[in-house]
Design a protein. Sequence first.
Length: 492
Amino acid sequence: MSSKNVIVIGGGLAGLAAGVALAESGWRVKLFELRPYLGGRATSYVLPSGEHVDNCQHVTLGCCTNLDDFYRRVGSANKVKFFDRLFFLDPQGRSGAMQAGILPAPFHMTGSFATFAPLSLGDKLSIARAMMRILFTAGKPKEVATPAGISMLDWLKSQKQTSRAIERFWHVVLVSALDEELDHTDARFGIDVFWKAFLSNRTGYRMGVPAVPLAELYDGCRIAIEQKGGEVTLRAPARGIRVENGAIAAVRFDNSREESADAYVFALPHTTLASLLPPEIQSANPSLASLDKIKVSPITGVHFWFDRPVTSEPFITLLDTNVQWVFNKTALYQPVVSFRGPGLPEESAFSSGEHKTAQNQSDGQYLQLVISASYDLLKKSREEIIELCLKEIRQALPAAREAQLVKATVIKEASATFSPEPGVDRFRPAQSTKTPRLFLAGDWTATGWPATMEGAVRSGYLAAEAVLRSAGAPAQFLQPDLAPTGLSKLFS
């Protein structure tokens, strides 16, 4: 029996996850990507001077089970470094670290939380009260379970959080995780972050940071598809869709080229998809009528190259500043050593100095700064943003005051993620549609997660499952969440 063909439009994480899963299931995958590289918004490129830069730093957490599964499938798991310690620093020079101690979940971080200098005792008590509410309801308090939702800020106020606790704890974690301000974030998403990452399991909070430029995480995706007889075509924007008898008959590309398949997975941003779908498909799918109600949020990445090292930390969370995260890319790009069984450690293939960013900065340091929900920066010039961020870095890191900024660049992503506004789940469509052979993928589809790399991979897996169900050959790719451990099992 000949294998079936599927066309995947979009080479971001959602499209790649769907393509890899379907290729493993025996389908011949043809993946088309508009850009000259894979990865979508979570990728990197090379500057004219030769440095590799990520369009914005992306990280994973221990609770991101599907992203972890995806990296393993495509051979990228050893290209991510995991850290057990999260380091925070305020403008007054007070620092704090969050990491698991000897106690079982959900009390594994009690020791580091108790000694967290940037928060007062009153702040900590208010946070503990809200955390207990999340724990006792296993992350699903009934007061937030309404279709219209309530904002995370309103929920925190209902839990009598101090203003400093909101700004220096809840805001710091959630704006970075969800790319939106607390008053525009559905409380269900914010609460879910703390249940899955900090309360239910001892390892859910561990942060994984790519140790290579983001684009290199996806080398294995092309290989996984092509080894199964598929194709990956870059610089190939979809220009239109031909519909016959209510079903997709072909996708149009440049030069009047058309491609047909047994199934089509559109893994595009929701704003792009809405303009591509013909009227007959939109009218046949009421679930797609509200795509314009899903708003977008910006992220700004700022890249600094100093003439000398200014920090020894791999990454820092800054408090009370525009800059939220500082990633020490020089350190992160150093060799990763993986241990395989009882033998000697094996050095990863990418650790041999092949990145100019790491290789040529031995006497200096390359930092990447991240500002999520960066609405205020969209209208600022590159020079203004650099000046603002440099001032904050020199305030936070004394060694940076004497260092010379060799060069800098700014990357604005005005539509980096969809906004997790209260009630947004009402507008997120499923991966299956009412149009035969048409399937959707993207973190903005109904995944149960906000706009994260985990959400994107979940959508791709769900789309692949939907394709296979429609063909009468069901399979499961979606991975379960991390199971609660320790005393947290009593509340799940």
